[in-house]
Design a protein around this ligand. Structure first.
Ligand code: PLP
Ligand code: COI
Length: 367
């Protein structure tokens, strides 16, 4: 159920319910081993909700419920009018909580909304929702050094009723948070991935560059098959020619050779904020960077390979198997991530945790 109280000062809304929920959750929280946290859902104190009706966004509501009351004919349910984001809040050694490049997520959600004709969420509203959700759930930000973080999940969907295929007139925007551990259970241990030629995650002129739910349901057959065969994830190829690397299910791909960071350019992949940041870090470390088409055949020339994203952070890839052409590409035979991957990882995480100066202006303290 929605909490019906609302107002402009989001911190003052519904605080009694939030505190009550907090007391109930506190006991459970004390039992959490943050170092063993999976990438999963854990209940927190509250989430933030907005509704778009009659051409405008309403006021924020703070809800202690994990459920939504949704119209049976909502376009989000029938026609996939849904987009989401993922960003993280990090606890620093100094006790300050920082968000990484939230404005990029806000801009990408606008592009996703426009891509599937939804009402966009203004950047300022996105900021208010994300920062309020973190502030009201501050106790769930995992401790410094635990390797876990607070994952922030904004989602936007058509909540207005339509039966014909058309965009809804009403939308709902929700931000919830949940503490998470590493996305790939291997963490920094190199994982194995498999090239998928039987499923396309997104079409060249489709929705692959938008962060919309439909892309993820389209990828599920391939991901489940990959997992059943013991791989951490599938790697998708370009849908048109099946010659070039696109990306892995939840993360972009990169390869390293000759002091160069190489990552695919494609019109069917998500523009990863982590990847964008790694390109800047690689440049600052004196490396060359290339964003271009990456043919599968080039995999044999890389010294290192990895997957990168908010959830995945940097996941080193030790082995890529291409079963259809009987090829195996191996990168880390000693079970350890390569030196360039480790350098990029350490620098990125040091900035995110506030251990190193934020020379790129990526972090915002949540106050
Ligand atoms: N590619 C896909 C399909 C994703 O879902 C994600 C996750 O957001 C990424 C790449 C990485 O993007 P980012 O670094 O912005 O999280
Ligand atoms: C992210 O990295 O934030 C993602 O959205 C990937 C996945 C959990 C869908």
């Amino acid at each position: 159920m929605y909490n019906r109280e609302s107002g402009h000062n989001i911190e003052k809304i519904n605080i009694k319910n939030v505190l009550l929920r907090h007391q109930l959750n506190n006991e459970l929280m004390e039992k959490i081993d943050w170092t063993k946290l999976p990438f999963g859902y854990l209940k927190t104190d509250c989430n933030i909700r907005y509704r778009y009706k009659n051409g405008k966004w309403g006021k924020p509501e703070v809800s202690t419920s994990e459920y939504i009351d949704i119209h049976i004919a909502a376009t989000g349910l029938h026609y996939g009018q849904e987009a989401f984001e993922g960003l993280k809040a990090y606890m620093g050694k100094d006790g300050k909580v920082r968000l990484f490049r939230w404005e990029e997520n806000a801009k990408r959600l606008i592009r996703s909304a426009e891509g599937i004709i939804m009402a966009p969420v203004p950047v300022e509203m996105f900021r208010e929702a994300v920062f309020s959700a973190v502030k009201l759930n501050m106790n769930y930000v995992p401790p410094y050094g635990s390797g876990a973080t607070l994952y922030v999940r904004p989602l936007l969907f058509g909540s207005g009723a339509e039966v014909g295929v058309k965009p809804a007139a009403e939308y709902t925007f929700i931000v919830f948070v949940t503490p998470v551990g590493p996305y790939f259970k291997e963490g920094l241990k190199p994982c194995s991935m498999v090239i998928c030629r039987t499923v396309d995650r997104a079409a060249p002129l489709g929705t692959g560059t938008f962060k919309v739910g439909g892309n993820y349901s389209a990828s599920l057959r391939a991901l489940i098959q990959a997992k059943e065969q013991g791989y951490a994830s599938a790697i998708f190829l370009d849908a048109r020619e099946k010659i070039y690397i696109d990306e892995s299910g939840p993360a972009n791909f990169y390869g390293i050779k000759d002091n160069t960071y190489i990552t695919p350019k494609s019109d069917s992949i998500l523009n990863s904020i982590t990847n964008m940041s790694l390109i800047e870090l690689a440049k600052s470390m004196g490396m060359k960077t290339e964003r271009r088409r990456v043919p599968v055949t080039e995999l044999s020339t890389f010294a290192e390979a990895g997957a990168c994203g908010t959830a995945a952070v940097i996941s080193p890839i030790g082995k890529i198997v291409d079963p259809d052409v009987n090829m195996v590409y191996e990168y880390c035979t000693d079970g350890k991530a390569g030196p360039v991957t480790m350098k990029l990882y350490n620098k990125l995480v040091a900035i995110q945790n506030g251990d190193e100066p934020d020379e790129f202006g990526w972090m915002t303290v949540v106050e």
